[in-house]
Design a protein around this ligand. Structure first.
Ligand SMILES: Nc1ncnc2c1ncn2[C@@H]1O[C@H](COP(=O)(O)OP(=O)(O)OP(=O)(O)O)[C@@H](O)[C@H]1O
Length: 294
């Protein structure tokens, strides 16, 4: 896979005032992270219900942010706001500009998104679906080139999906569907990758395969990665920074070992856990039965 090398120094934290999503250009005082993301004072209400309030984050280009939080905390909504798929107030800068300042085609070349529960056309084949990732690069009346087809085939191979290339989407298992959705996002070859729960349907081996591939691409090509993850040990092993959302607010953000603490997880998830230091001091989170002495 090829993508422009985008290694950049971390950007300072955002510090701007709220501004309407319909405005154009970066608000004064909010520094852009080149190749990265800046979110500041983000509010989202859906059907009149506040879902996100005052959320802020900075993801320097080439780094990995894991967004964690209990069910309904607003993780998926945060990704959708970054993509410009839901209305918001506040600041969202993607590679230094608000998403809505770019055309849909420009956005698709910049940000690839693998949603949590996509609807897949049942009669489309795996290869055809992966090839959709090349759409932002086609001319308006053009067809996919041989190079586009080779890129899609290479991504399917790297995800172990080559043998399923001709299979129709309606005949895939849950885990196969999830990897196909990731394949389409990777075929897009965008420098920013937003993955909503990319491992929930995967067995242990495929979880590792998918996350290692994403990390390999991040390191090789400088991709910026944002994943929501319910598996907190995976968040701890792979992310540079963890953002904990609770009831629509950012309640903690920082290196995994600072955010994934027993006290914090008890408070915000209502879970009793043990946190051990794993390889490199990265945290491993284990559920502990409240009556574990029995
Ligand atoms: N159209 C809507 N109108 C009102 N509330 C909504 C709407 N869509 C989503 N919500 C609510 O917004 C909240 C955040 O949803 P979101 O999907 O972002 O949470 P999440 O953290 O990704 O949850 P999960 O871990 O369960 O996937 C939830 O309480 C959800 O019910």
């Amino acid at each position: 896979m090829t993508a422009p090398a985008r290694r950049r120094p971390p950007a300072p934290a955002a510090a701007g005032a709220a501004h309407a999503a319909t405005g154009a250009g970066a608000p004064r005082g909010v520094p852009a992270a080149p190749g990265g993301l800046v979110v500041d004072d983000l509010d989202v209400a859906l059907d009149g219900t506040p879902v996100l309030s005052g959320v802020r984050l900075t993801v320097p280009g080439g780094s990995w942010l894991a967004v964690i939080g209990p069910n309904g905390a607003g993780k998926s909504t945060l990704l959708k706001a970054i993509l410009g798929l839901v209305p918001y107030t506040g600041t969202v800068l993607v590679d230094g500009e608000p998403a809505h300042a770019r055309t849909l085609r420009e956005r698709a070349r910049l940000v690839a998104y693998a949603p949590q529960t996509p609807s897949l056309p049942p009669d489309m084949t795996v290869f055809e679906y992966a090839l959709l990732g090349r759409t932002p690069y086609l001319s308006y009346l053009g067809w996919e080139s041989r190079a586009d087809r080779e890129i899609a085939a290479a991504v399917l191979d790297r995800l172990g999906l080559g043998p399923l290339a001709r299979r129709r989407l309606g005949r895939l298992s849950g885990g196969e569907r999830q990897r196909v959705v990731l394949a389409r996002a990777l075929t897009q070859q965008a420098p920013i990758l937003l993955l909503d729960e990319p491992t929930t349907a995967l067995d242990l081996g495929h979880q590792q395969q998918v996350l290692e591939l994403v990390d390999h691409l991040r390191l090789a090509d400088g991709l910026t990665v944002v994943t929501t993850l319910h598996d907190l040990s995976l968040a701890g092993q792979y992310a540079d920074t963890v953002l904990l959302l609770s009831q629509g607010r950012s309640v903690a953000s920082g290196p995994p070992a600072e955010v994934l603490t027993e006290a914090s997880l008890a408070e915000h998830f209502g879970a009793r856990v043990r946190v051990d230091a794993g390889p490199g001091g990265r945290p491993l989170v284990h559920l502990v039965r409240p009556d574990g002495d029995r």
